[in-house]
Structure formats: C-alpha cells, structure tokens
Design a protein around this ligand. Sequence first.
Ligand SMILES: [Fe+2]
Length: 352
Amino acid sequence: MKEPFRFVLFYYLIFYLLIFQLPIFGKESESLRIGFGSCLHQDKESPILNQWEKESFDLILLLGDNIYADSLVAEEKIPAYQKQFVRPQWKKIRATSQILATWDDHDYGINDSGSEYVDKEKSREVFISQVGALMPKGRRLGTKDGKGIFHSYFLDFKKKKIHIVIPDTRFFRSELKPSFWSFFTGKKHYRPNENLDATLLGEEQWKWLTEELEKPSDFLVFVSGIQVIPTEQPFEKWGNFPKEREKLFQLLGSAKTSDLVILSGDRHIAEIYEYPIEDKRKFIEITSSSLNFPLPFLTLEYDSRFKLTPAFLEENYGVLRIQIKEGKLVWRAEIKDKIGNVVREYGNNDSN
Ligand SMILES: [Fe+2]
C-alpha cells in the first residue's frame, strides 16, 4: 500500500472509532441500578430517604418491615403506612424509581408471626391498598383466591432478561420452634422445625415458585424478607425450616437463569454471604437492614463459614448495579451507609 493511502486509512479508522465506537462504549458503561433495603420505622428520621432521592434508582426493592405497627387488628396498621409514605421524599423517589415490595413480620402482623396471625386476610388487603398502590399497576399479589402477597417481575435491560422473584415468607409459614434456652432467657430464639409438614412457603406458593424458576432469564434476583443462607444465627431465617431451605437451594440451583443473587433484610445489620454449590457455582446473599433502625447490640457474628464480610451495624441500604460488558451481564452489589458511602461490596466479576 502506498504511503498516502496508508495515512488516509489510518486517520479514517481513528475517525470511525471516535464517531461510531465511542458512543457504543458509552452505552456499554450504562448500568441498571436497583436500590434495596428493609426495616424502616415510620416514627424515626430517615436520612437514607434523602439519599434515595439523589440516587435515582431504576427500581427500589422494599424487603419488609416497611413499617413497625405490630397489632392483632390489621386495620390499626393503616396510620403507620400513611405516616411512612406521606414523607415528602417518597414523592421524588417515586417519580424516578419503580417500587416493588414485600412484607416482613412487623408490617404483616406481629413480631415473628406466620400463618397463625389472626388477621392475615385483612392485613393483605391493607398491604395492597397502602403499598400495592406504590407498585406497578395491574399485578396480582398472591393466589387467585386472595392468599399471600408473592409476586414476580421481569425487566428488560439491553436485551437481557432480569427476573425479580418475591416470595411471601409470612402468610403460609408454620409455627417457629423456640430454642431450649429461650425458655429461660425469654429471648425470641429459634431452633429448626423438623416436622415433616412444616412449611415456610406453603404448597400453593411452592408450585408458583417452581413455575417462576422455570422461566428463562439472564439474571435472577431472589428476594426474601428473612435470611436464606445463615443457619447459626438464632433469629428468623429459612434455616428454621431446613427441608424448605434445602428445597429452595435445589430449585435455585436448577433455575433457568445464567446467574442469580439473593437479597434479604430483617436482621438490623448488613452482611454478605456465599454458599458454595456444585460445579464451582455459589449462591451470594446480600442482607441489607436497617434503613433507619439499627440494633447494634445484635452484633454477635454468626455463620462465619459462609460470611464474606463482617457485619455492618449502622443504618444502611443496598445497591445492585447491573451492566452488560462484551455481551455478558455482570453485576456488583454494594452496601452503603446513610450518607451514601460504600461500606461493603461484592462483584460477580473482578473487572466489574
Ligand atoms: Fe425489622
């Protein structure tokens, strides 16, 4: 090739890369950002809501205990919901972020309650009217005949399908078994319920979950109000129902998805867990709690064999950032403090 042609070709290539390629790199760096958190007391100040206004998440997942209003009469929860969502920050947050939510014990019923909670049908109605109103319209929560609030959601992001699955760990749950020492200490500590018919999700919800996890996706976000991987901590967890936890792991392991993450709340501390499964794969669980109600006396470090980071004890929220790099979905999860500093993090890809 003659020198002038080589010169022209070189500059043409540079010009082409600048004009056509850079915007594509730019697009590739865009990310889908999901905020999440739990345990938001309606009577306490919440600097994190100010932070959420600034974050402008694409989606926010409320992982339960969205109010604290324990009552045997579900209608008595309504003023607490109203107080929570009348905060001025929600207006701006809702203008920029979609919201999906589940409940935990303090918004569902009373502390640590399950299917035995007497006013659960009414509580479901209250949840749908107060929290369902914040969520995308036209969605069914729970069964056709009005039990529970489980639901799911698909997001399309750069031709990748992200499946958000939100089971209900309250409405159908069997009784908890108090631990031996709890009789003496009076503390709400539990041991595994090994009864053959003990359930966390109930038959109808397991059928729904099985069908959900058979739907193909590129990334599955499994949401649980209570923790999934831990077995040692004495509070509420999937581990209080070992057979149900094992069944969940089997289902998640065979889910028709390329990758998944578990998000949980409830604990009033933030933690990151890793649970190895076969073929060098692993489940990652990010626990974020509490948004404005930390309980630093719950500082004992349990489940260290699965834990990737020490617990973070102050107010916190989570951020799940999803990107597509060279056609591959990569994600990073962060725990942030009340002014937005990253205090714990995990990425599924070192270069992410
Ligand atoms: Fe809580």
